[in-house]
Design a protein around this ligand. Structure first.
Ligand SMILES: C[S@@+](CC[C@H](N)C(=O)[O-])C[C@H]1O[C@@H](n2cnc3c(N)ncnc32)[C@H](O)[C@@H]1O
Length: 213
């Protein structure tokens, strides 16, 4: 693993405190997390191996384990404070869910690649580096694998973008373009939140962009 970048260090510091209130508060604005799992399930055969990048407190890991009862699931996160909470949530699933404490700066898969990679509200926090993360995903995915992304998309209000920037989130419509560079979209939806204060995106794609095929 490479030496921690300053953006990794400030995210770890941010979550040292926010981990304590994360599950109590995020239901009110991280929309689409259940929906992206349902959409992924509708687009593929049941996956054998799943990776969530930036799994946080493990909400999606537990949901994935319930949705795909035969899957082996890995949750990866750079924050030990978030992973501590995740550990409690995934205990009930035993060895079916493994946690990795590291940044996603190199592939995870050895021989067996992942059938499904989930990025739920992590990509918009990876600045710089979101494009590199997507490039690494292409080498972690099996040839028939899919990527499922739910994340902030954009806001027309600059004050709101600035406020989200304080919370390490970049919300400038930049993710969709990059996703389309690396993946062929099967599902691509942009939804409004709080009367269009912001929009969030739901994206399911397969490796290889339309332009590159
Ligand atoms: C907003 S939380 C999302 C957590 C979870 N996926 C969810 O939907 O509730 C973003 C998570 O991504 C993690 N993260 C950010 N950048 C990362 C990176 N480069 N490598 C691994 N994890 C990262 C953070 O530590 C944090 O736990």
């Amino acid at each position: 693993m490479s030496t921690p970048s300053s953006s990794h260090t400030s995210l770890k510091d941010y979550y040292r405190w926010h981990a304590r209130i994360y599950d109590l508060t995020r239901w009110a604005f991280l929309f689409g997390r259940a929906r992206i799992i349902a959409l992924a399930a509708s687009q593929m055969d049941p996956p054998a191996r799943i990776l969530e990048i930036g799994c946080g407190t493990g909400r999606n890991l537990a949901a994935l384990a319930r949705r795909f009862p035969l899957a082996q699931i890995t949750g990866l996160d750079l924050s030990s404070d978030m992973l501590e909470r995740a550990q409690c949530k995934v205990q009930a699933f035993g060895s079916r869910i493994g946690l990795l404490h590291r940044a996603y700066d190199a592939p995870v898969a050895m021989a067996d690649k992942f059938d499904l990679i989930v990025l739920s509200y992590s990509l918009s926090m990876i600045n710089p580096g979101f494009a590199e993360v997507l490039r690494i995903c292409t080498s972690d995915l099996s040839p028939t694998g899919i990527i499922a992304v739910v994340d902030f998309h954009a806001s027309r209000w600059s004050w709101f973008q600035r406020w989200m920037g304080v919370n390490h989130v970049r919300m400038e419509g930049h993710l969709l373009e990059e996703l389309n560079q690396h993946f062929t979209g099967q599902v691509c939806q942009v939804q409004r939140a709080y009367g269009n204060l912001w929009q969030y995106l739901l994206f399911i794609g397969r490796a290889g962009s339309k332009g590159r095929q």
